[in-house]
Design a protein around this ligand. Structure first.
Ligand SMILES: C[S@@+](CC[C@H](N)C(=O)[O-])C[C@H]1O[C@@H](n2cnc3c(N)ncnc32)[C@H](O)[C@@H]1O
Length: 204
């Protein structure tokens, strides 16, 4: 999807139970990291905040970032209506904009496959982490292109080999790298399951 399509999809985004389920599996897996109330976190590609707002109560502060104003409008409405005081939403493209805030935790869910320059983005994430900070990335394992089907506008990768991503993380200075399959998305219409990985690492 392009930014324009994400803008259009934002209002109805949470209406798809499959998306809500994937986000809940991802937030539960990230919650296994040693999170605490002094952590200043950032989520990249937050969408409507399904993952970030589930984790926010365990953190000190969370900046949720997206390039879609439509998605950010939905997150801001949730922040306001739920009186959430430790989350701020920001429109930013880390590969284009001058973002310099450092974080103790950066996470991203189902967003990497929309961004062409994976290595560049991983290097930006690493540079924005404080020493000892955690990175957590969840996305599809390499698939045959059927996950998004013919409407592949804005799809830059048909998933990833988590081992290759792990090598890129090592190259960008991360340690303690672990990957696991945390969920499998059942698309009955394709008669297929699409595994989702969580890759975590720590900045030296
Ligand atoms: C599939 S959605 C996932 C949303 C959310 N993380 C979740 O799991 O529900 C991908 C999100 O990434 C955002 N996105 C796409 N390209 C981006 C970029 N270059 N920088 C930041 N966000 C981007 C989209 O606007 C969209 O909100």
């Amino acid at each position: 999807m392009s930014t324009r399509k994400f803008d259009q999809a934002a209002a109805g985004w949470d209406g798809k139970s499959r998306r809500v389920e994937v986000a809940s599996k991802i937030s539960a897996a990230i919650a296994n990291l040693p999170l605490h109330k002094k952590i200043n976190g950032m989520e990249y590609g937050c969408g409507t905040g399904l993952v970030g707002l589930a984790l926010a109560p365990t953190l000190g502060h969370l900046t949720v970032i997206d390039t879609s104003q439509g998605m950010l409008d939905v997150v801001r409405e949730k922040i306001e209506s739920q009186n959430i005081s430790n989350v701020t939403a920001q429109c930013c493209d880390l590969l284009r904009d001058n973002y310099t805030q450092k974080h103790d935790l950066i996470f991203s869910a189902m967003t990497l496959h929309h961004i062409k320059d994976t290595q560049g983005l991983l290097q930006r994430f690493t540079a924005l982490l404080n020493p000892g900070g955690y990175l957590a990335l969840a996305d599809l394992v390499t698939e045959d292109g059927s996950f998004h089907g013919p409407d592949a506008e804005g799809i830059m990768h048909h998933g990833f080999d988590p081992h290759k991503l792990a090598d890129l993380l090592t190259d960008s200075g991360m340690t303690d790298i672990k990957s696991e399959i945390i969920h499998s998305i059942d698309k009955e219409e394709n008669n297929k399951e699409y595994p989702v990985f969580l890759l975590t690492g720590r900045k030296a």
